[in-house]
Design a binder for this molecule. Structure first.
Ligand code: AMP
Length: 743
């Protein structure tokens, strides 16, 4: 999806389109757009701004008032010292007063600093940045993911998944297939990444898939203009203790409308705040649009331009006709695709959250625009979770728990099918291990949505970077199929056969080509096309005017001028026709999953530390549910012993036969160390061989252990890793084992 913007970790390009096409017919005009239209309350809507609450504001106010009082008192002291008339006693009293005010300023500043630090922390005492550093260090050290081409100093925005990362990604994708493709009988396709220009021209990407960029005027280094402005505002709000309240309000407002600023407005703000290139402090160029697609040419001639696809959706749209036929010419149906998407992000940062190549899993659910009910909506209707409808955002409230059925029946969510996918997405993300209290569904504000979109919601997950859009769920109406029908000339439509033929009144516009040809020569074709494209209202008006006056002035857009049409040049009538079917362009409901973003948020939500047994160090743990864990269990002989090694190998064989990923470790390392190593990989279960007949199974987070016979162990593992039983289910079925030497 691409024609609407997202705030936060959003695609500025979407906004650019909107401000250019919907609200600012003249992109060159420097007239302010949305900023002056926004109600004050919207200023408070973004995640970053929410942290700056009333307490911070009142502390800021107190700091600046005391600061002003201290400055005034300083002047008084200086004047008294200069004026020989003041006694020592008087001067000492004034100096004491100044000291008191300065002490108050520093006490209030400390309080403000503490408040800002709490707002920026992860709740566990660590600042967000410190928490992130800990997680990312662990992830990179254990090869969950690493910068690509590292030995050549890497390339920004490109990452490799290492062994545990690969396993997690493949588990997430397998579950996605099961949860969506299998559940809904979706038609999965796999289209090329290299895409001819014409396809992306039709979709609008060639002309509009842009972000605003600025360049360091001396070194040529590129930056995203809105990111520089955002960083400046955030830095000031979070770190400048002397920032006056009015200035803080202004910066919050800028953050809230950041995605709506035109190139001119962004440039003006960068200048106003004196923002320079972050690395060199050199002056910056004016912002200008940069297309994010990687261009290429197909074949050796260089004559056939193409692009690496920026999303997978277009591959599905262009195949609509065949997929519809494959589905027995029936609606609704959904097609799905998992694949790489490429976006030449200007200055990628934030690790896996903004990269230049990433995996998308997209669904295009095609539905009759007149019937957006969903037969399985009742399965999700009772779910309750955090939603952030646009009314709440506009009135400065926070997200709140809503029941899905209420949200749909009250019209907060536009239709059942959209509601169904929102509910299924909630279940998908929480089953993966995303914390439901840090997951919300945020509705797009009217100014964020493309004109054709009926409704859009983003699944946003909170992590150390704030609320991140990880899934976009949009009712895109018939836009995409229309666009490709127009460009390709192939009608991407569906039919509804009537049980009985229906009589309908049809407008018939028949240009008289011979007459037009005589009058307009080569321009005849464009005039005929324009006549045929008239709306019913325009055609009936023309008919009336032709009948009364004999001829009319007719403006032909494609010629950029008006021509005189006479009565004999066109016939306009209405006829009753029998129709056997209705032909229409289906609407599309599109859930689009950024797999890398989901996985990164999952890493943060799963990470915790706990003290080692000796209490001398903090051990890292990823609490992945078995469903996504990269390795489901480990097999350790308790001590180095040939008999135990044999049992371990036998268990490993039966786990392999049962399709359970595991790791066998027969090194002599202490069992505690082996547990710690695999806890850090998020392995949920550890099988310890401490006899030849039975073994223990330890659960990672509770560290509870049970004793199971060697014969049963792989079937128990299968049960608990396949999700047929939970650990709690099997805990009471088997004798518990006290940790003893094992922990
Ligand atoms: P969009 O088509 O821009 O709405 O993107 C669809 C999904 O792709 C988003 O919800 C994100 O999860 C993900 N996404 C978009 N851009 C990036 C990027 N540069 N890096 C990683 N994921 C992205």
């Amino acid at each position: 999806m691409f024609l609407y913007f997202r705030p936060y970790l959003s695609c500025h390009r979407h906004r650019l389109l909107l401000s250019t096409f919907l609200r600012n017919p003249n992109p060159k005009s420097s007239k302010p757009l949305l900023p002056c239209l926004l109600p004050h309350s919207i200023r408070r809507l973004s995640g970053q701004i929410a942290a700056m609450d009333a307490t911070v504001d009142s502390l800021r106010r107190a700091v600046s008032e005391k600061q002003a009082a201290a400055e005034k008192q300083g002047e008084i002291v200086r004047a008294m010292k200069a004026d020989s008339g003041a006694s020592k006693l008087e001067i000492d009293a004034a100096v004491e007063g100044l000291k008191g005010l300065k002490a108050e300023v520093s006490a209030l500043s400390a309080e403000l600093q503490a408040k800002l630090a709490v707002d920026g922390s992860n709740g566990g005492g660590l600042s967000r940045e410190a928490f992130r550093e800990k997680v990312v260090n662990t992830l990179e050290r254990r090869l969950f993911y690493i910068p690509s081409f590292k030995i050549y100093r890497g390339v920004a925005g490109l990452y490799d998944y290492g062994p545990p990362g690969c396993a997690i990604k493949s588990n997430v994708l397998a579950f996605w297939r099961q949860h969506f493709v299998l559940e809904e009988n979706m038609l999965e396709v796999d289209c090329p990444c290299v895409t001819p220009e014409v396809v992306l021209k039709a979709s609008g990407h060639v002309d509009k898939f842009t972000d605003l960029m600025v360049k360091d005027e001396k070194t040529g280094t590129c930056y995203r203009a809105d990111h520089l402005l955002k960083d400046y505002c955030k830095e000031k709000l979070e770190k400048d203790l002397t920032l006056p309240v009015e200035k803080a309000e202004e910066l919050k407002h800028v953050l809230a409308v950041l995605d709506d600023l035109s190139a001119e407005e962004l440039g003006a703000k960068l200048k106003e705040y004196g923002i320079t290139a972050p690395d060199t402090k050199n002056p910056l160029s004016d912002p200008y649009p940069f297309n994010l697609m990687f261009s290429t040419s197909i074949g050796p001639s260089g004559l056939s331009p193409g692009y690496m696809r920026p999303e997978t959706a277009q591959g599905i749209f262009v195949n609509f006709k065949d997929l519809y036929y494959y589905n027995g010419n029936k609606l609704p149906f959904a097609a799905a695709q998992i694949g790489q998407a490429f976006r030449n992000e200007i200055s990628p940062r934030q690790g896996l959250l903004r990269v230049r190549e990433f995996t998308l899993a997209e669904i295009e659910h095609f539905v009759d625009p007149n019937n957006k009910l969903h037969t399985k909506f009742k399965d999700v209707a009772d779910l309750e979770f955090l939603m952030f409808p646009r009314e709440e955002q506009m009135s400065g409230k926070s997200s709140r728990k809503l029941r899905l059925s209420d949200a749909v029946s009250k019209g907060t969510i536009n239709n059942e099918t959209l509601g169904y996918f929102i509910g299924r997405t909630y279940l998908f993300l929480t089953s993966l291990g995303i914390n439901k209290d840090r997951l919300r569904f945020r509705q797009h504000l009217p100014n964020e949505m493309a004109h054709y979109a009926a409704d859009c919601w983003d699944a946003e997950i909170e992590c150390s970077y704030g609320w991140i859009e990880c899934v976009g769920i949009a009712d895109r109406s018939a836009y995409d199929l229309h666009a490709h029908t127009e460009k390709s000339g192939v009608p991407l439509v569906a039919q509804e056969k009537y049980p009985e033929p229906r009589e309908v009144e049809k407008l018939i516009i028949a240009p008289a080509k011979k007459e037009l040809g005589i009058a307009f020569k080569a321009e005849q074709k464009k005039i005929a096309e324009a006549l045929e494209a008239m709306t019913e209202k325009e055609a009936m008006e023309m008919k009336a005017n032709l009948e009364s006056a004999g001829e009319v002035e007719f403006h032909v857009c494609t010629l950029g001028k008006a021509v005189k049409i006479s009565k004999k040049m066109v016939s306009i009538s209405k006829e009753i026709k029998k129709e056997h079917q209705r032909v229409f362009t289906p609407s599309v409901i599109e859930p689009s999953f950024g797999i890398g973003r989901i996985i990164y948020c999952l890493f943060e939500h799963s990470f915790y530390t706990r003290p080692s047994k000796a209490g001398d160090e903090q051990l890292n743990v990823f609490s992945f549910p078995p469903l996504v864990a990269p390795i489901k269990c480990t097999v350790f002989p308790l001590i180095q012993n040939q008999l135990y090694d044999e049992v371990a190998k036998q268990i490993s064989k039966s786990l392999t036969a049962a399709g359970i990923s595991h790791k066998i470790d027969i090194t002599g390392t202490s069992i505690g160390k082996r547990y710690a190593r695999t806890d850090e990989l998020g392995v949920p279960f550890a099988i310890t061989v401490d006899s030849t007949t039975s073994v223990t199974i330890r659960e990672r987070d509770s560290k509870d252990q049970i004793r199971v016979s060697v014969e049963e162990v792989s079937s128990v593992m299968k049960e608990v890793t396949d999700g047929q039983s939970t650990w709690a289910d099997i805990l009471w079925r088997y004798p518990t084992h006290s940790s003893g030497p094992a922990e």
